[in-house]
Design a protein around this ligand. Structure first.
Ligand code: ADP
Ligand code: MG
Length: 577
């Protein structure tokens, strides 16, 4: 029920419209139902009629709500003829149908909105989270939340809304029954509650099965994505069978949870059927044999009793379905809340220009307890070409992440033109950076989109010229689709060196003030590397270049170089500023 409250709070207007439409629809239905009673009266009170018992109830002014309707019609100056009563029933049904349609349309809209909102909030929260937090997220878990959980969460809303509409209808029947004969209404209501409590264990069981599905699916998709991303070495070494074993056992666990869900839902439906029949038989026995009420009375009461029971039964089944899907909603909410708590600080409002340079002053940084950088000092003058060299694991990439502002130092300061990085407007700072990462993973898209990244400010001509500068135009031109050629999953249709050149073009295309290359030429042959060094040398001056490299070519091209080792930085080329 907490879920319904949450939804109502999140979509107040839509929920209010839905609720009002359902309430009015319930009233209209009640009205047309009561019109049936005087109609019965008319038909059954005919002289010589065999079954005039029903008329006893219908004509009894104390219990006959139908008579109130008749007086209402007469008060409006109309004759309550059979035709008019039939008309009331027809108009009532049409109105009810229209209102229910309106309510259902609202429900449908909110369902679509729920999944869309959940997806967008999660995506935004994730992208706005701190880098260290983001790094620890499993891609598969996010994919799972975006696809499976969002749909299940929206379904939870759908079942919740259905539950409310069924509850309202049940209340309408209870009200009519109360007006007809309150003892019968009370009896059906109590029976409904007893059956509800008796079968509630099946709801709990379904809820547990739903929770297990949520947890297991999350695990399975996370593992699946993880493995698929590194399937090549597994296949190459004939180890893909291991993946099969793990995934098959997880899939079987999910299957078990699904079966428990099926068992609980089917048992609930069957249990309700049996108990309803039992209650009905008891009711008929008491009224007909013990109390010796007339047959027609028993018929009318039986009709109302079965209606009330059926509706309360539907309410419980919808509740059960909601309980199954509910955990998906809370799971996404948890992911969103956690990501929101890990929101990154986007700095101050100082807009950087990078006129003088970047300085790392006594900067220290550790991952958990492991010290990576120990009071290092780096100077990267604007317009210079600076290289950082050092053994693998010495903290070169970490250094770049600090400069980009993805990580914060434990102590010391990073300065851009003498202003602390924390005071810069982080978004404008990053928009000045062209970044070529160590991993060459491209988007499964065209060369054009891989370079322009969907930026409308970048034309095809800009992309081609960036590709030329990065030494990629030669091979892109020869692709059958040219710059529109799809590069395959993670760029798999291109060689490592070709992917690297496309990444370099991507970094160059928006004319960055600061170009950062993290071992960006490691997969290139000496000739391609020379070409890129040539490009970089032309860019120096207008751009500031910071490159990590092991290759002598880049080191030669650079005018300054630092060596990182054992947490310390040492200037090995160029002069101290
Ligand atoms: P380099 O780029 O010089 O090869 P990195 O800067 O990537 O080195 O990493 C420096 C050290 O920090 C390595 O020993 C690595 O294991 C560790 N490291 C890198 N990233 C993380 C992380 N997210 N969490 C914990 N340790 C990390
Ligand atoms: Mg690195």
């Amino acid at each position: 029920m907490h879920l319904l409250k949450t939804f109502a709070r999140a979509y107040p207007l839509q929920s209010a419209i839905m609720l009002v439409a359902l309430l009015v629809a319930g009233l209209v239905e009640g009205l047309s139902l009561t019109a049936l009673l005087p109609l019965l009266n008319r038909v059954l009170v005919k002289p010589g009629s065999l079954v005039n018992d029903a008329a006893t109830i219908a004509a009894d002014p104390r219990s006959d709500v139908g008579n109130a309707l008749l007086s209402g019609i007469e008060a409006m100056g109309l004759t309550p003829s059979v035709e008019l009563l039939l008309l009331v029933i027809v108009v009532g049904s049409i109105m009810k149908g229209g209102l229910v349609l309106l309510a259902k349309k609202k429900v449908g809209y909110i369902v679509a909105q729920v999944s869309t909102d959940l997806r967008l909030s999660m995506l935004r929260a994730m992208l706005a989270s701190r880098w260290e937090y983001f790094l620890h997220q499993q891609v598969g878990q996010l994919t799972n939340s975006m696809s499976i959980e969002a749909v299940r969460a929206a379904n939870a809303y759908l079942y919740g809304a259905t539950l409310i509409s069924q509850l309202i209808q049940a209340l309408v029947y209870v009200t009519i029954a109360t007006m007809l004969m309150w003892q019968a209404a009370l009896f059906s209501f109590l029976m409904g509650i007893i059956i509800y409590v008796a079968l509630n264990r099946l709801v709990t069981m379904a809820r547990k099965a739903g929770k297990r599905q949520t947890t297991l699916t999350k695990l399975m998709i996370a593992r699946l994505t993880d493995t698929l991303l590194s399937v090549k070495p597994l296949k190459a070494m004939g180890r893909e069978g291991l993946v099969d074993t793990v995934l098959a056992s997880e899939t079987k666990n999910i299957n078990r949870a699904l079966r428990r869900e099926v068992v609980s839902t089917e048992f609930l439906a069957a249990g309700q059927e049996i108990l309803f029949a039992l209650v009905l038989v008891i009711g008929i026995y008491i009224t007909l044999v013990k109390w010796e009420l007339p047959v027609a009375t028993v018929m009318v009461l039986g009709f109302l009793l079965s209606r009330i029971l059926r509706r309360t039964g539907q309410v419980q089944r919808s509740y059960q379905k909601m309980a199954v899907s509910e955990s998906a909603y809370w799971s996404i909410q948890k992911t969103i809340k956690k990501a929101e708590r890990a929101r990154e600080d986007l700095g101050g409002d100082y807009t950087p220009t990078l006129e003088q340079g970047i300085e790392l002053r006594d900067v220290s940084f550790s991952y958990d307890a492991k010290k990576i950088l120990d009071t290092i000092n780096l100077n990267i003058p604007a317009g210079s070409f600076t290289a950082i060299i050092g053994p693998s694991g010495s903290g070169k990439t970490t250094c770049l992440d600090l400069i980009i502002g993805l990580l914060q130092p434990d102590s010391g300061t990073l300065l851009v033109d003498g202003v602390a990085l924390m005071e810069l407007d982080m978004r404008s700072w990053r928009r000045m950076i062209g970044y070529v990462p160590q991993e060459t993973v491209l988007l499964h898209d065209s060369v054009l989109n891989n370079v322009a990244l969907g930026d409308p400010g970048i034309s095809e001509a800009d992309v081609i010229s960036a590709l030329r500068e990065a030494g990629a135009w030669g091979f892109v031109e020869k692709l059958s689709g040219g710059i529109h050629e799809i590069v395959g999953e993670r760029g798999g249709k291109l060689s490592g060196g070709q992917r690297q050149r496309i990444m370099i073009a991507r970094a160059l295309v928006h004319r960055p003030r600061l170009l950062i290359l993290d071992e960006a030429t490691s997969a290139l042959d000496p000739q391609s590397e020379m070409a890129i060094c040539e490009t970089l040398r032309k860019l120096v001056g207008a751009h500031t270049i910071l490159a990590i490299s092991h290759q002598p070519a880049l080191l030669n091209a650079a005018e300054r170089a630092y060596r990182l080792q054992d947490g310390h930085a040492q200037l090995v080329k160029g002069v101290t500023e």
